[in-house]
Design a binder for this molecule. Structure first.
Ligand SMILES: Cc1ncc(C[n+]2csc(CCOP(=O)(O)OP(=O)(O)O)c2C)c(N)n1
Ligand SMILES: [Mg+2]
Length: 336
């Protein structure tokens, strides 16, 4: 298994492996997700966002590193913890934020909310609230790639909690049987709601969960965007070459609660603080860029730009009108 051939991945890679230009791009994209999510949290607190809302803060390096290896036409599908994927795919922060506030300018015209947004233009297929369901849909997307004779790949993101769902294994079987170009991205943030992975999974090496079907796997430090990108290259190349699926276990961490209501009693505050202080993916890249001689002012300029983008998105999300009541009758039925 290729996981055994990469003993360095969890312990750390030879750094830096990206150019300053690429690192700066990753920095910008991660800061955008972080600030967007912080603002969404504020709007939620102000009562402007209703329903479920799951923030991606802490996990930014996973999606940004993977996205850097994708090309036009590659497809992405994920769970309800989906804002980071949307922004990394290049969806408009205005449309995403306005969907959160339930406004007309949102991606689903205010009718889907946090968990139900799509963009066929950016090949983003949601946003799914049923734990594990997106994995089966993800291999469907991969099947379409193959059926159409393209070399496009599909990324199916899911959590370590979802990784114990039966349909994930059915998907592994079909994907391996038909050699579907699907990268299974298992985001191990160590908790499924309030249950730690130690308490929910008998398998302790999740990257090996595809072994019975011959699916190669690799464990990756998901707090390190460069390590993520390196692993993404290997997995995506494997899929593009028609060799079938690949499983990446991303060791990551969410700083905030599972959703906006979370008792936070299942882990000590010190554990969260330790991750924030010593393993933050944005701090890591900031240090690397400064070490490469990039000016502090350049980083500040990028952060200012992000702030402006997020403020603009939040303003739009509060001024875009609420959907007209007649919208209740649109997009609910597709006539055959
Ligand atoms: C089929 C199904 N079972 C249970 C739930 C309730 N539920 C919502 S999120 C969640 C935890 C999933 O954890 P994980 O897969 O680790 O993803 P994370 O939230 O950490 O990103 C559960 C059990 C659900 N939405 N769907
Ligand atoms: Mg989890």
């Amino acid at each position: 298994m290729s996981g055994n051939q990469h003993p360095k991945t969890e312990a750390g890679r030879n750094s830096p492996s990206m150019s300053a230009e690429d690192l700066a791009r990753a920095f910008y994209d991660m800061v955008l997700i972080r600030r967007f999510e912080e603002r969404a949290g504020q709007l939620y607190g102000m009562g402007l966002i209703g329903g479920f809302c799951h923030l991606y803060i802490g996990q930014e390096a996973v999606v940004v590193g993977l996205q850097m290896e994708l090309k036009q036409g590659d497809k992405i599908i994920t769970s309800y913890r989906d804002h980071g994927q949307m922004l990394a795919a290049g969806m408009d922060p205005r449309g995403v934020m306005a969907e959160l506030t339930g406004r007309e300018g949102g991606y689903s015209r205010g009718k889907g909310g946090s968990m139900h947004m799509f963009s066929s233009e950016k090949h983003f297929y949601g946003g799914h609230g049923i734990v594990g369901a997106q994995v089966s849909l993800g291999i469907g997307l991969a099947f379409a790639n193959k059926y159409r004779g393209t070399d496009e790949v599909s990324l199916a993101y899911f959590g370590e909690g979802a990784s114990s769902q039966g349909q994930v294994y059915e998907s592994f079987n079909l994907a391996a049987l038909h050699k579907l170009p699907c990268v299974f991205v298992l985001e191990n943030n160590h908790y499924g709601m309030g249950t730690s992975v130690e308490r929910s999974s008998a398998s302790k090496e999740l990257w090996r969960n595809g072994e019975p079907w011959g699916i190669p796997g690799r464990k990756v430090d998901g707090m390190d965007v460069e390590a993520v990108r390196e692993a993404a290259r290997e997995a995506i190349t494997h899929c593009r070459q028609g060799k079938g699926p690949f499983l990446l276990e991303m060791a990551t961490y969410r700083y905030r609660g599972h959703s906006m209501s979370d008792p936070a009693k299942y882990r000590p505050r010190s554990e969260v603080d330790e991750m924030r202080k010593n393993h933050d993916p944005i701090d890591r890249v900031r240090k690397e860029l400064l070490g490469m001689g990039v000016d502090e002012a350049e980083l500040k300029a990028m952060e200012d730009k992000v702030r402006a983008v997020v403020t603009d998105a939040a303003d739009f999300a509060q001024t875009s009108p609420e959907p007209d009541p007649s919208e209740l009758w649109t997009d609910v039925l597709v006539e055959g």
